[in-house]
Design a protein around this ligand. Structure first.
Ligand code: ZN
Length: 220
C-alpha cells in the first residue's frame, strides 16, 4: 500500500507518519531526511538541494524527484511506502504517478492532516531543538524542565533558522498557496481523505488508521 501524507510544517505530520508506517508495516520516506542524508554525504544532488534549503526555498522538482525515485526502488520499499513531505507540487505528483506506473505501482490513498494556520504558527514559533541529538521541544506546549537545556542530554537548545519569524511565514505561504492544491489533484482521482490534525497525537493516529482502512476496503 502506497500512501501520501500531506500536512504543513507544525501539523504533526512527521510524528504521525512514523507511527502510521509502523502500524501499517510500510516504509516511511521523509523528504527532509532524504535531503539531510544527501547533504551530509556531500553528494551532487545534496549540494544542489542545500543552496535552496538555506534560502528557505523549495528544492526544484528535478532534484527532488531523482532522490525519491532512487529511494523507492530499494528492496525495503517493496511492501509499500508512506511519503512524508513529497510530493509538494502538482508537477511532482504527476511525475510520481507516471514513474510509479513504470514499476507497476500506484498511490492508493492521500491523507490531508488539516490544522488551522494560526495553530501552526504558534506551534512552529515555539519550536526548539537540542544541539547534541536534535530532541524537539516547544516553549508553548512541551517546554524543557530547565529553560534552554535539553532534559535528556543537557545540551543547549536552539531554534533552526527555518523555524524563525519570516521563514515560518514563507513556508506556510508556500504550503497554503501551493502544496494544498495537491488535495484537489488527488480528490479528482478519488484518493483523498481528510483528518482533523488539531487534536491529540493518539486521536489523530486512530483516525488516520481507521480512515485509511475504510478507504482501502471501499476501493478494493
Ligand atoms: Zn537532547
Amino acid at each position: 500500500m502506497n500512501i501520501i501524507l500531506i500536512g504543513a510544517q507544525g501539523s504533526g505530520k512527521g510524528t504521525q507518519a512514523a507511527m502510521l508506517a509502523q502500524s501499517l508495516g510500510i516504509r516511511h520516506i521523509a523528504s527532509g531526511d532524504l535531503f539531510r542524508q544527501a547533504i551530509d554525504a556531500q553528494n551532487d544532488l545534496g549540494m544542489q538541494a542545500k543552496t535552496y534549503i538555506e534560502r528557505g526555498d523549495l528544492v526544484p522538482d528535478n532534484i527532488t524527484v531523482r532522490m525519491i525515485l532512487d529511494r523507492i526502488e530499494q528492496p525495503d520499499c517493496a511492501a509499500g511506502v508512506l511519503f512524508d513531505g513529497f510530493p509538494r507540487t502538482i508537477a511532482q505528483a504527476e511525475a510520481l504517478d507516471s514513474e510509479l506506473v513504470h514499476i507497476g505501482r500506484q498511490i492508493d490513498v492521500t491523507v490531508y492532516l488539516s490544522v488551522p494556520r494560526e495553530v501552526l504558527l504558534k506551534r512552529l514559533s515555539g519550536r526548539y531543538i537540542c544541539r547534541a541529538n536534535q530532541h524537539v521541544y516547544n516553549i508553548n506546549t512541551r517546554p524543557p524542565k530547565v529553560a534552554g537545556i535539553c532534559d535528556l542530554d543537557g545540551s543547549e537548545l536552539y531554534q533552526r533558522s527555518d523555524d524563525r519569524g519570516e521563514a515560518v511565514q514563507k513556508r506556510l505561504d508556500i504550503f497554503f498557496n501551493e502544496t494544498l492544491r495537491l488535495t484537489d489533484y488527488y480528490a479528482a482521482q478519488h484518493k483523498l481523505e481528510e483528518i482533523n490534525g488539531n487534536q491529540g497525537i493518539e486521536q489523530v493516529h486512530e483516525a488516520l488508521v481507521r480512515q485509511i482502512r475504510e478507504h482501502r476496503d471501499t476501493t478494493a
